[in-house]
Design a protein around this ligand. Sequence first.
Ligand SMILES: C[S@@+](CC[C@H](N)C(=O)[O-])C[C@H]1O[C@@H](n2cnc3c(N)ncnc32)[C@H](O)[C@@H]1O
Length: 478
Amino acid sequence: MPIPISLAHTPTPLPILTSFLAPHQWYIDGFHLFDFFTDDLWSAVDPAWRAFVDAEAADKGADAWINVLVGVACGADVPSGWPSGLADVVKGAREVAFGREAEGDDVEDEEACRLAAMSRKKLHEVERMARVVRDVTRRHNVDAIIDVGAGTGYLTHTLAAQNPQLQLYALDSDVTRTHGSLTRGARILPSIHHQKKPAKPTSSSSPQLHHPPIKHITAYLTPTTLAEHCQNRENSLVLVGLHACGDLGGRTLLDTFAHCPAVKALVVSCCCYQRIALSNDPSDTHVGFPLSTALRDILAASTLKITHRGLAAASLTFASFKDRATIKHALRGHYHRALLQFLLAQIHPPPPTSTTTTTTTTTRVGSVPHTATTSFPLYAAAALHKLNIPLTPHIETLIATLATTTTTALARIAFLCTLRSTLGPALESLVIADRANRARECVDACGGGEVRVSNVFEYTKSPRNTVLVAEKGSELSF
Ligand SMILES: C[S@@+](CC[C@H](N)C(=O)[O-])C[C@H]1O[C@@H](n2cnc3c(N)ncnc32)[C@H](O)[C@@H]1O
């Protein structure tokens, strides 16, 4: 089966992404939705958009209006009649964000999942990632593969079975996962699974049935520690990471790729952008974003500052949320959380000497039982219980009053949340484009090579489907 990288695309140029995002700075990280009431966020929204939203909610009813928003969040055409500036934001965000399409031809049947001891999603990711890795290792004739953030070893064991001539390392900071990978190795039936689709031998010798034991290492990886692991080991190797979180899939892998001659290539899909280390100091080079000189130069001269990493990581428009009921539930959750914030401000008003204009607090409520999400009184009671705040008669009266808040507020919050989330894929694209540019700068500094960004997984099976491949070596034919 061909490696599904025919959809490799040229990342949207950084200046296009940044100049699109800059005017929407406030929507990206100017507020937290739970301050909707306490900070009167609505008053900061474009007056024409406010009038439009209120008219739509009054005309259609909040529920029907939210259905329209959910449709837009899921990729439907922007309905005619939306103010042109608003429609332009939604359409522009879609245009600058990377496409998510990928070829879809795999069928992860139940038997294959059982033999591999993986879910359909994981098997899909592992099989496609393994094809890309195999292609890269063949070109570079390396001695080893290091799987960073290997978790319980789904990818590692597959790579070991498919590349028996290579030494596999599984590195993860979590000892439970490293141990899980070890026991997984003893439990799974990789030979049976992979005999179904035997990998072609990479040398002229006959295929080996056994691979050297995987070396499991529990270690927290930073650019320094990962470089040490690489230098102390084989002569030439490939770094791989399947859904490498935060800085692991960014600065840690890319710095190691740049500075370790033994590392010939890397193949990584990234996730958890909210864990990227940021700094307000543009000269701080120990941060996870921006990484490329190209983006550093642009951001130093622009008004765009991105601190809302979560927006790149989790957006209503991602396919995992394409179930409309889940999105509507999430929107209602934001509404309840904003009402709760207002309630908390009534119970514990900010000190009168406070000079700040926002009431943003770090109060963390987290999730409440599903049964408590159907109404604000139930939600508030569950949240206050989590926060160890007793439900006094005074508070019960406040809750009852807030529960009568008009549904217009729900329609407004849903709008703000949807608008912000339409920018999420563009922000994620900026993070990925920055990493691709950094990889390009690395290979150029090493005398040449190839950098590709491809949609490897099918979006509907694994929405975080983009894989970055970087290879050193000008003499290679890619
Ligand atoms: C999203 S999971 C992916 C696991 C595995 N690659 C898979 O696809 O099943 C990310 C893994 O990276 C590990 N991890 C995150 N940051 C790390 C770091 N700095 N050093 C080592 N491991 C890390 C976590 O413990 C976790 O197991």
